[in-house]
Design a protein around this ligand. Structure first.
Ligand code: DGT
Ligand code: MG
Ligand code: MG
Ligand code: MG
Length: 271
C-alpha cells in the first residue's frame, strides 16, 4: 500500500524495549488510596474485603496476560513479575505497564460488588504503574523481599497505632507520639502490643503480616466422560485426569530460602 505523506509521524515513537534476559516487574499502586479508603469506609488498619479484591484483580491479570510467573501484593499495591525470556509485545515497556494497569483497574470495578456488598463504589479508582528491570535472580528476590519488608514494617506500625486508638482510647496524635517515642525498633512495638493489649504480633493474620503472593500451581482435575466404543453396544464412563495450572494465593515468607526451594520452577530458567 502506498504510504501517505503523514506516515513520518510514526518516527516520533520512541523505542522502549526492555533489555533482554532481565526480569520485567510491573508494580501498580492505588492513586490516592488514603482518601479512597476513607471514603469507602475501609476498616483500619486492614480491610480484608479490600485486600481480597486486590488479589482477585491480580489473579485476573495473571490469567488474562502472558508470562507472569509470580505476583506479590500488600496494601494498595501489586507487583507482577514477567518471565525473563518473555517476548510478549516484543518486550515493549509501555505495553506491559498499560495492559497490567488497565486490566487491573477494570477488574477492580468489575469485581467490587463481590467483595463490598454493603458499600457502593463512589467513584472510579485509578492505579499508577511502573516498569523495573532486574538482571539477576538475587535482584528479583531482593525486590520482593523489599516489598514484603515494607508490608511488615507498615503493618506492625499500623497494628500498634490502631490498637492504641481503638482499644487504648488514645487520640491519633497521642498514638503517633507514642510510636515516635519508640522509634522504629520492632521489639518495642511488639512489647507495646503484648504488655498493653495482650497481643502476640506473631499470631496476627498472615495475610496482614506477609501480604499475598500469587503463584501458578498444578492441579489434577478429575472428570468423568461418557464414550461409546465402536464395537460395543453400551456407552462407557471413563475417568479423565487433566493437569491444569491455577493461580493460587499464598501468605508466606518470601525473604528466606524455603519459599524459593519449594517453588524452584519460578527462578529455574537462569540462562
Ligand atoms: P499515592 O499512592 O501517592 O497516590 O497515595 P496513597 O494515598 O495511595 O498512598 P500509599 O499508596 O502510599 O498508601 C496507601 C494508602 O491506602 C494508605 O494511606 C492506607 C490506605 N490503605 C491501603 N489498604 C488499606 C486497608 O486495608 N485499610 C485502610 N483503612 N486503609 C488502607
Ligand atoms: Mg504511590
Ligand atoms: Mg497508593
Ligand atoms: Mg501504596
Amino acid at each position: 500500500m502506498a504510504k501517505s505523506k503523514f506516515e513520518y509521524v510514526r518516527n516520533f515513537e520512541v523505542d522502549d524495549t526492555c533489555l533482554r534476559n532481565c526480569w520485567i516487574v510491573v508494580r501498580l499502586d492505588g492513586r490516592n488510596f488514603h482518601k479512597f479508603a476513607e471514603q469507602h469506609s475501609f476498616t483500619k488498619p486492614n480491610d480484608d474485603r479490600a485486600l481480597n479484591l486486590m488479589t482477585r484483580c491480580a489473579q485476573a491479570v495473571m490469567e488474562e496476560l502472558e508470562d507472569i510467573v509470580i505476583a506479590y501484593g500488600q496494601s494498595d499495591e501489586y507487583s507482577f513479575v514477567f518471565q525473563k525470556k518473555s517476548n510478549w509485545f516484543k518486550r515493549r515497556a509501555s505495553k506491559f505497564m498499560t495492559h497490567v494497569a488497565s486490566q487491573f483497574a477494570s477488574s477492580y470495578v468489575f469485581y467490587w460488588k463481590d467483595y463490598f456488598q454493603d458499600q457502593t463504589l463512589l467513584y472510579p479508582p485509578g492505579f499508577d504503574g511502573r516498569v523495573i528491570l532486574y538482571p539477576s535472580n538475587q535482584n528479583l528476590r531482593d525486590y520482593l523481599s523489599w516489598r514484603q519488608a515494607d508490608c511488615h514494617i507498615n503493618n506492625l506500625f499500623n497494628t500498634v497505632f490502631w490498637n492504641l486508638v481503638q482499644k487504648g482510647g488514645l487520640t491519633t496524635s497521642q498514638a503517633r507520639e507514642i510510636e515516635g517515642r519508640h522509634g522504629t525498633l520492632s521489639g518495642d512495638k511488639n512489647e507495646i502490643l503484648f504488655s498493653e493489649f495482650n497481643i502476640n504480633y506473631n499470631n496476627e493474620p498472615l495475610i496482614h503480616r506477609k501480604g499475598t503472593a500469587l503463584v501458578w500451581k498444578k492441579i489434577d482435575e478429575i472428570t468423568t466422560k461418557t464414550i461409546k466404543l465402536p464395537n460395543e453396544e453400551k456407552e462407557k464412563e471413563i475417568v479423565v485426569t487433566r493437569t491444569r495450572k491455577k493461580v493460587t494465593p499464598l501468605h508466606c515468607d518470601l525473604i528466606g530460602e524455603e519459599f524459593w526451594e519449594e517453588h524452584s520452577e519460578i527462578l529455574e530458567d537462569d540462562s
